[in-house]
Each structure stands twice: as structure tokens, then as C-alpha cells.
Design a protein around this ligand. Structure first.
Ligand code: SIN
Length: 282
């Protein structure tokens, strides 16, 4: 197996292995897990694997979960279809920078995403290293956010485009989650800046330590949240991956955010994603 880092901050391309065969080889899987922790996103080309092999590979890391809005392959539960086509122009919006499903109490461990079809150019995906984003914050901000917690909402994001009845039903099924603003990686011990597009507000900001007068709270708290959320945009924390059919990316969802670049209409783009169940952030 050859390992080539793609930037100084995040991401490595692995070559010389087939993911179908690797998932039957415990030594290869242990090495892939160690490389995932080190590089946070792993990239693979030319993986002409079946959907069953895709699922089997991802299952080594935990149970898979469906997505309440994006549908899954009927024969392979847990394999979410992210299909964009010119025939569904209202479904063309793409995501912003986010960590997957932080509106869950237990956001995913990670995901394995395979490209089925992509435009000849465009439709890249970007990832950012949120441990590095935390590490590079000024020390006084690290002190201020040390004990902060924040709310994460599917209602305010996926729900926003729905009629009110569907939106409220979605919220009843997935009530907002609350997570620490800085989480600790359960395997590496890294501190991670853990706010993203699903984060709506801090839940324990309004204290004497943070608020001297009204402006500190409104708009002070949301300005601070915006500043923290904006850190993901710093190019030095990022990697950008150009897809080809049968390319695969696997990311550690606990320590990264990603962004699917929406620059390719009216082309088709078909991706299949196995999302792996995670644990409670602390
Ligand atoms: C995702 O946001 O999980 C999918 C990213 C992509 O389609 O590139």
C-alpha cells in the first residue's frame, strides 16, 4: 500500500489496494484505521467494488445508519444515495461546510463515499481539519469557549425547505441535539472545534463570565459563533478532491467538516455514502 499525503494539514491518497479485498484482511483494515486517525480523510482511486463490498468495508468501523431526508439503496440499507440530476432542478442545492448529522445525539463516526457518476469537471468535495482549526485559535478564545455547549438542528437546515407540518414532524423525530463546542476525539485525544452549519446557538453563554451588558449576549454570542463557524474556510486547514467514477473517500466525521462544491449544473452527479454510527461527543 502506498500512502501519499495530499496537503500539510489533512488527507492522504492510498494506492495499491482494493477495498473489497482489504475488507477481508484484518491487517489491512487495522492499517487503514490507523491512517484514518492520522490523516482524517483517505482517498482511493479505481475502486470498482460492488455495493455489497462498499457496505462490508464500511461495516468494519461500526453499524451503518440511513438518513431521514436522503433515501438509501433499497437493497443495501445504510447506503445513502446522493444523486443530483438536471431532471430535479429543485433538488440542486448543495451543502455548506458541515460535519455530518450533528443534529443526532450520536453524530456519525465517519463515512465512506463512492463516486458512481460525476461531471467531467466540477463537483469536487473539500474537507477541513477541525483539530487544526481548534489548535490555531487564539488562547483567549480557547479559554472563553472551553465550557461552552451548542444546539444542533435538523429542523433549521434540512427542515427549512419543507412545509411546516413536515418540518415539525421531522423535528419531533429528531429533536435538536446539544454538544460541547470543543469535543475531545475519543481515540486520539485531540481537541476539536465542533460547530458547523447545523449549529444554531450556544446554550450556556448567558452567564456573568460572558455577559456584562446586553450587547455581549445579543449580538455578541452569535458573532462569536459565526467567528468559530468561519474557521473552516481557512485554506491552510483544507484539502480538495477531484472525483472520477469509482473514486472513494473515507473521512473521520469527528474531526473534520466537508463541503460538496456545487459548480456543475446541468450535469449529473451520483454518489453513494455509507454513514457509520458514532458516539456521544464529550
Ligand atoms: C456529504 O455531504 O456527505 C456528501 C459530500 C459529497 O457529495 O461530495
Amino acid at each position: 500500500m502506498r500512502v501519499e499525503p495530499l496537503t500539510c494539514a489533512i488527507g492522504a491518497e492510498l494506492s495499491g489496494l482494493d477495498l473489497g479485498a482489504a475488507s477481508r484482511d484484518p491487517l489491512a483494515m487495522a492499517e487503514i484505521r490507523a491512517l484514518l486517525l492520522r490523516h482524517k480523510v483517505l482517498f482511493f482511486r479505481d475502486q470498482a467494488i460492488t455495493r455489497a463490498e462498499h457496505v462490508a468495508f464500511a461495516r468494519h468501523f461500526g453499524e451503518l445508519e440511513d438518513h431521514p431526508v436522503a433515501g438509501s439503496d433499497p437493497e443495501h440499507p445504510g447506503l445513502v444515495r446522493i444523486y443530483k440530476s438536471p431532471d430535479a432542478p429543485n433538488d440542486r442545492y448543495e451543502n455548506g461546510w458541515h460535519t455530518d448529522a450533528t443534529w443526532r445525539d450520536k453524530p456519525p463516526f465517519g463515512c465512506v463515499l463512492r463516486c458512481v457518476e460525476c461531471p467531467p469537471v466540477g463537483g469536487d468535495t473539500m474537507w477541513a481539519n477541525m483539530a487544526l482549526a481548534y489548535e490555531r485559535l487564539p488562547w483567549h478564545l480557547k479559554e472563553q469557549i472551553a465550557g461552552l455547549r451548542a444546539r444542533h438542528s435538523i429542523e433549521a437546515t434540512f427542515g427549512a425547505a419543507m412545509p411546516i407540518e413536515r418540518r415539525l414532524a421531522l423535528k419531533a423525530q429528531f429533536p435538536d441535539a446539544e454538544h460541547p463546542v470543543v469535543r475531545t476525539h475519543p481515540e486520539t485525544g485531540e481537541q476539536i472545534l465542533f460547530v458547523n452549519a447545523f449549529t444554531t446557538h450556544f446554550t450556556n453563554f448567558h452567564t456573568a463570565a460572558n455577559v456584562r451588558c446586553g450587547l455581549d449576549y445579543a449580538p455578541g454570542a452569535s458573532l462569536l459563533l459565526n467567528y468559530l463557524v468561519s474557521q473552516v474556510q481557512i485554506p491552510e486547514y483544507q484539502v480538495r478532491w477531484r472525483w472520477k467514477p469509482n473514486s472513494v473517500a473515507m473521512w473521520d466525521n469527528r474531526s473534520t467538516q466537508h463541503y460538496a462544491v456545487m459548480d456543475y449544473p446541468p450535469c449529473h452527479r451520483k454518489m453513494e455514502r455509507a454513514g457509520i454510527v458514532g458516539d456521544t461527543p464529550f
